[in-house]
Design a protein around this ligand. Structure first.
Ligand code: F1P
Length: 346
C-alpha cells in the first residue's frame, strides 16, 4: 500500500513500540507510584493538560476513578491557571497528574506551579521529554522518549502517555491481572494497524463525507474527544465528540447520508451504545463501529476492557491521516498550529 512519505504516517504505524516503552517505564516506577498512592490515602486526583493532553486527562481520570473508587477529574490546564478555586478548595489535599508531550506548554507548567504553591500534594508528570521544565517539576516523573514525534498532531505521543496513565491506574488499583494483560497490547496494536488500515483508508479517502461524530462513554469519552481533534487538526473537517446517550438529545439533528457516526463500543454497555448507532443508521447516517468483536473494526485482543482502550486510537488516527492526504493537506503541519503553545503568563 503506497502512502505519502510523511512523519505522521510513520509515527502512527510505529506507535506500538512506544506503548511497550510506556509499560516498561511505568512498571519501573512501580514502588514509587505505590508509595505515593499509599502515602496519600483517600486523596482525590486531578489530571491536567492542554488540547490532546486535556482529553487524555479526561480519559485517565474516569479510568482511575472506576478502578480505584477515588474521586478523579480531568481539567484543562488553562482553567486551572485561570480559575483554580473552581476546581479545588483552598486547603484541599490532592494528587495532581500533569500530562504533556513536550513538557513545555505554558498553561500546564503554570497550573503545576500554582498547585505546588498551594501545597495541595504531590505532582506526577507523564511526558515524552524527561529533561523538560515540566518533568523537572514532578515529584514523580514518567518519561517515554519513544513517544516523541515530529508532527504537530499527537498520535504516537498521545497513545504512549495514555498507556502509561492506564498502567498507573492499574498499579494503584492493585490490579496485577490488568497490568499483566497490558503486556499484550503492543503486538495486538501492530496487528490492528495492519487489519484496520484498508477500511481506514477507504473511509478516509471518501471526500463525499463531510461530517464526523465520535461517540465514546465512560473512560472512552476522552478518547472520542482526542480522535475528534485528529480529524480537525489533520483534515480541517467539522467534527464533534459526544457521550453515546447524549447524541440523541439534539446533535442527531445533524445526521445525514454524508456524515459518519463513529462508535467506540464497550463490552459492558454494548447494547445501549449499539442502539445509538443502529438508530443513527436508520436515520440515514453512515456508521463505523469499533469494538473487541462483532464490529466494523475488531480488536480480538482478549485484553480486559479497562486496559484495552488505546486500541480505539490507531484505526481512527489512520482514517484522519488518509482524509488529510485525500484532501491534499499535509498531516504533519496542521493549519495555524505549532507543536507547543508557549505564552507569557506572568
Ligand atoms: C499540547 C498540544 C495540544 C494540541 C496539539 C499539540 O502540548 O499543544 O494542545 O492539541 O496536540 O500539543 P503538550 O503539552 O502535550 O506538549
Amino acid at each position: 500500500m503506497t502512502t505519502p512519505n510523511t512523519y505522521t504516517y510513520e509515527e502512527i504505524i510505529s506507535q506500538p513500540k512506544a506503548w511497550a516503552q510506556a509499560l516498561e517505564v511505568t512498571l519501573a516506577h512501580k514502588e514509587e507510584i505505590t508509595r505515593l498512592w499509599e502515602d496519600h490515602p483517600e486523596t482525590r486526583v486531578v489530571f491536567t493538560g492542554c488540547g490532546s493532553t486535556y482529553y487524555l486527562s479526561l480519559a485517565a481520570a474516569t479510568l482511575i476513578q472506576e478502578l480505584t473508587g477515588r474521586g478523579a477529574r480531568g481539567i484543562p490546564a488553562g482553567e486551572l491557571f485561570l480559575y483554580p478555586a473552581s476546581v479545588y478548595e483552598v486547603n484541599q489535599p490532592l494528587i495532581m497528574i500533569a500530562i504533556s508531550r513536550s513538557g513545555t506548554t505554558s498553561e500546564t507548567i503554570a497550573a503545576v506551579k500554582r498547585f505546588q504553591q498551594g501545597g495541595h500534594g504531590p505532582v506526577v508528570v507523564i511526558t515524552n521529554y524527561g529533561d523538560s521544565p515540566l518533568a523537572k517539576l514532578g515529584d514523580l516523573t514518567i518519561a517515554i522518549p519513544a513517544g516523541q514525534e515530529v508532527s504537530v498532531a499527537q498520535t504516537r505521543s498521545f497513545a504512549s502517555m495514555y498507556v502509561a496513565a492506564a498502567a498507573f491506574a492499574a498499579q494503584v488499583a492493585g490490579r496485577e491481572d490488568l497490568l499483566k494483560a497490558m503486556a499484550g497490547l503492543p503486538a495486538i496494536g501492530s496487528k490492528l494497524l495492519e487489519t484496520s488500515q484498508p477500511l481506514a483508508k477507504t473511509i478516509g479517502s471518501n471526500l463525499n463525507l463531510d461530517r464526523f461524530y465520535f461517540l465514546g462513554s465512560g473512560p472512552r469519552y476522552g478518547l472520542a474527544c482526542e480522535t475528534n481533534l485528529k480529524m480537525k487538526e489533520m483534515t480541517l473537517t467539522h467534527s464533534e465528540p459526544f457521550h453515546f446517550m447524549e447524541f440523541r438529545h439534539g446533535p442527531m439533528s445533524m445526521v445525514t447520508g454524508t456524515g459518519v457516526v463513529i462508535g467506540m463500543l464497550s463490552t459492558t454497555q454494548r447494547s445501549h451504545e449499539q442502539a445509538v448507532l443502529d438508530h443513527m443508521e436508520s436515520l440515514g447516517s453512515n456508521v463505523l463501529s469499533l469494538a473487541e468483536s462483532e464490529a466494523d473494526v475488531n480488536f480480538d485482543s482478549g485484553i480486559p476492557e479497562a486496559v484495552r482502550n488505546v486500541l480505539y486510537l490507531p484505526p481512527l488516527q489512520l482514517m484522519s491521516y488518509y482524509r488529510a492526504v485525500a484532501k491534499g493537506l499535509n498531516p504533519d503541519k496542521p493549519t495555524h498550529l505549532s507543536a507547543v503553545v508557549e505564552l507569557n503568563l506572568e
